[in-house]
Ligand binder design. Structure first.
Ligand code: NAG
Ligand code: NAG
Ligand code: NAG
Ligand code: NAG
Ligand code: NAG
Ligand code: NAG
Length: 800
């Protein structure tokens, strides 16, 4: 005990003397100053080195006196003294004057910034370990602190109080004041507001609800909030949220970002990068002011701004300036253009309910100020006439349209919405987890986090073991990075000979798929695997490795796990976990025994969850493109595992031209209509294919096959599916009591849950809608099914 204390003291001594000699000081005494210098003597550094303080610049010759994290890869500034008044490099100084003022002067001696400590006895300016820059007198009293003047960032232990606000920057690489702020409003509630040159608009918390519905209170007027050591922010209005990695020992910050979102960032000290571990707004288009006046925010799926027809961007590099009309506004002779699912928030001239469309139109025509009207037909019609168009959001779930007023003849033939990015199947877009519903977010993240911790621990163990093996068994001179690369995620590279041995020279064929043949194999460690020999892979090794390793990182119980790959000369192989019960098609269509209801429902739900994960939750956003029973594997408990996801990208034959790409994907009968008509491919193609599969689960036959339709068109060949959908819709419309019983697989002889079957049919029918906007997302499908998961035995007459 004593010994170790002594050693610590010794180390401390060595370190501090080292620090004082070689490194910068942590304080500035009365009469001395800092200048813009690249060396350490232009800096103050906190005793534990977490924070540095000195001059920063972005761009040329514009310097800011600031505080930043010493160890992040890119300088992360947490406080700026003169954010709207930069100084020149040469001749600018920060001085602690004899009269107690900390003064920032420009090259010509003019004052750029100063503290309110004139005529005090401030002796030193000191940078503390918390990131707080304080002015102290001789007896240690704090006369001024940077913590009282936050810019866009709040640090742990920094009190956020009345009259303080976090004000965003104007852009990602600029310090200047932007338009978004986080503050205590007059009713004691923490809010976020866009306060721009033209409008001010509150957008958080959810503006559709009052404070209490948002879980806040207006009654506590102490107006105080703080981010603690463990990553939890709590405030007097009962707002509380925590970072995903909640716990001590991690450096974090709460920042009002330039894009209007409030986020907690956590520093990964080994890589020096920041990770977002909480954010306030899950759907970025809910942030007001993002797309400016007349602009429209839309998910593609990443949020994008665009202009309505006959409008053009004011400044393509700055969307906050919005769109300007390409026509001359006039009051007479107007016409209206409908843009479905679009709404502009606020600036209503009038709100009328109930109202007919014609009445609403007339109301707008009669008022010269009216630039557009929004009309919703939810039960009775609701009419809003608009004097200005701000905060435009277009989401398919919005049950109404916007009718834009244009002078007659102004409308051109351009498409209504510009620059919606076109996605190529299998392409991956890195998105923040921003599609989560904010209310579910904490729960999911906590779950994810505990999961990640376990995986992390396993990974460390595997890493150590892996290295030991690498060096011992093969004597490879692998660098640290290669070692990590090979073993992280339990995902590794195999040699061709290893796989050849595992599969006994590719003897036992498990199946043939769109990407090649699958063989059964047993690895050296007795793991049973499925080895897929890919054909038509044109990618080079690096590219292949990059693709495959992202697939290898995807981990969900309803997705077949990839253990590794082989890329040697012309060979490209993938190694998957072996899934006991083979693919769904065998059980559903080919087996002699009837596939039971319980299993069918389990497959429907699990597959929906797996696809929802691919579409919405994993960081690398993936469209499967070939959902069908052959690609749904069943484990020993008949829990489904989707295979072949992420592979669409690997076999771009020839690799040129995305239109070529779109034609070769998918399997006839499961392919959404948009494949044929050359529309951009979205996750909705998977929803369609899933719809076919879930209807097949209900019906028990291949609906994707083609049959002769004798009913309506004589001898025309149509997919069985079309026939089934027509039948189902007719029965539902006619209100036939037995519609469920009539549509379910007769081989089940009534042994099924009626509620579950009804939901599955309804979900299936909506998934196979031709208009993809009418199809639900996989997330909502999974939710709908999960809600009736527990019905199981109660409605099964046969099993009771
Ligand atoms: C300087 O301003 C801060 C915050 O407004 C205040 O708390 C402090 O008392 C002021 N100091 C002096 C010396 O006036
Ligand atoms: C108001 O909030 C503060 C900080 O959260 C808390 O300490 C205080 O007890 C609250 N006051 C009342 C009256 O609830
Ligand atoms: C931190 O970064 C390192 C190196 O990039 C990475 O291996 C590690 O997983 C990261 N840790 C966390 C918690 O993200
Ligand atoms: C953490 O951030 C880095 C870069 O900022 C990113 O590459 C990495 O994927 C992030 N990790 C997680 C787990 O979000
Ligand atoms: C709103 O419309 C109604 C007619 O529906 C009219 O009576 C009322 O004056 C209008 N209000 C305003 C503020 O224009
Ligand atoms: C749309 O994209 C094209 C090229 O990608 C660009 O030239 C054009 O300015 C963009 N228009 C808008 C409104 O963003």
């Amino acid at each position: 005990m004593r010994n170790s204390n002594q050693r610590n003291l010794f180390l401390l001594f060595v370190f501090s003397s080292f620090a004082s000699v070689v490194l910068a000081r942590n304080h500035l005494s009365r009469g001395s100053s800092l200048a813009v210098k690249d060396t350490d003597d232009g800096l103050l550094i906190s005793p534990d080195r977490t924070f540095s303080c000195g001059f920063s610049s972005f761009g040329t010759n514009a310097y800011y006196f600031s505080i930043w994290f010493t160890n992040s890869k890119e300088r992360t500034v947490v406080w700026v003294a003169n954010r709207d008044k930069p100084v020149n490099r040469r001749g600018s100084r920060l001085t602690l004057k004899k009269n107690g003022v900390l003064l920032l002067t420009d090259y010509d001696g003019s004052t750029a910034w100063e503290t309110n400590t004139t005529s005090t006895t401030a002796e030193t300016a000191e940078l503390l370990n918390t990131g707080n820059l304080v002015l102290k007198d001789n007896s240690g009293n704090i006369l001024w602190q940077s913590f009282d003047f936050p810019t866009d960032t709040l640090l742990p232990h920094q009190l956020f109080t009345k009259n303080k606000r976090l004000l965003s920057r104007i852009g990602p690489r600029m310090f200047g004041s932007g338009y978004f702020s986080f503050f205590f409003d007059n009713d004691n509630v923490l809010r976020m507001i866009y306060d721009g040159p033209e409008i001010s608009s509150i957008y958080w918390p959810n503006i559709a609800f009052d404070p209490f519905q948002n879980g806040r209170t207006t009654y506590n007027s102490s107006r105080i909030g703080m981010l603690d050591d463990k990553g939890t922010f709590s405030a007097s209005d009962q707002l509380q949220f925590s970072s995903l990695d909640v716990g001590s020992g991690i450096k974090r910050r709460l920042t009002m970002d330039f894009d209007g979102n409030l986020r907690i960032y956590s520093l990964n000290e080994s890589s020096g990068f920041w990770n977002i571990t909480w954010q306030a707004v899950s759907k970025p288009c809910d942030i007001h002011g993002l797309c400016g006046r007349n602009g429209i925010c839309e998910y593609t799926p990443e949020p994008k701004c665009s202009c309505p027809p006959s409008y053009e961007p004011t400044d393509i590099s700055d969307w906050s300036k919005g769109c300007r009309p390409k026509f001359h506004r006039s009051c007479s002779d107007s016409e209206f253009v409908e843009i479905s699912h679009l709404d502009y928030y606020g600036f209503d001239l009038n709100y009328t309910k109930p109202a007919s469309y014609e009445f609403c139109r007339q109301l707008c025509l009669e008022d010269c100020r009216c630039q557009a009207f929004s009309y919703r037909l939810t039960g009775e019609g609701i009419c809003f006439t608009k004097s200005s168009l701000f905060n435009g959001v277009r989401v398919v779930t919005f049950p109404g349209s916007l009718y834009l007023r244009l002078p007659r003849g102004a409308q051109t033939s351009e498409p209504a919405i510009l620059n919606v990015s076109h996605l190529v199947c299998g392409s991956k877009i890195v998105v923040l987890p921003n599609t989560y519903d904010i209310t579910n977010q904490r729960f999911k993240w906590v779950y994810l986090y505990s999961f990640a911790t376990v995986i992390g621990a396993i990974e460390v163990v595997l890493l150590v073991i892996g290295w030991w093996f690498l060096f011992r068994k093969h004597g490879l001179s692998a660098s640290m990075e290669d070692g990590y690369r090979a073993i992280s995620n339990q995902f590794r590279s195999f040699s061709y000979s290893e796989l050849k041995k595992a599969t006994v020279n590719f003897k036992e064929v498990l199946g043939k798929g769109g990407f090649g043949t699958v063989y059964k194999g047993v690895l050296g460690d007795d793991r049973v695997v499925a080895v897929k020999k890919l054909e038509n892979v044109v990618q080079g090794e690096e590219e292949f490795w990059a693709e495959v390793s992202t697939i290898g990182k995807i981990n969900h119980m309803n997705l077949a796990r990839m253990w590794g790959f082989c890329s040697e000369r012309k060979h490209r192989l993938l190694v998957y976990e072996f899934v006991e019960n083979g693919s769904l098609d065998r059980h559903l269509f080919l087996a002699r025994t009837v596939f039971g209801w319980k299993e069918r429902f389990k497959v429907a739900l699990g597959t929906a969850k797996g696809l929802a994960y691919l579409h919405h939750e994993c960081l690398e956003w993936v469209i499967h493109c070939d959902v069908k029973p052959e690609n749904i594997l069943l484990d020993e408990n008949f829990e489904p595992k989707i295979s072949d996801f992420g592979l669409a990208k690997l076999s771009q034959r020839g690799g040129h031209g995305s239109s070529e790409l779109t034609r070769i994907r998918g399997t006839k009968g499961y392919m959404a209509p948009e494949w044929a008509i050359n529309l951009p491919i979205t996750a909705k193609v998977d929803v369609y294919s899933y719809g076919v599969v879930i209807l097949e689960l209900v019906r028990g036959i291949r609906l994707s096959s083609w049959v002769v339709d004798d009913e309506q068109y004589g001898i025309e060949e149509i997919p069985e599916m079309v026939k089934f959908v027509r039948l189902a819709k007719r029965k539902i419309q006619n209100g036939e009591d037995s519609w469920v019983e009539d549509l379910v697989d007769p081989r089940l002889e009534g042994r099924f849950s009626r509620n579950q079957a009804a939901i599955m049919i309804e979900v299936g029918l909506s998934c196979v809608e031709d208009d993809r906007n009418k199809r639900p997302t996989m997330e909502s499908v999974a939710q709908a099914l999960a809600e009736c998961e527990d019905e199981m035995l109660m409605h099964l007459p046969g099993t009771l």
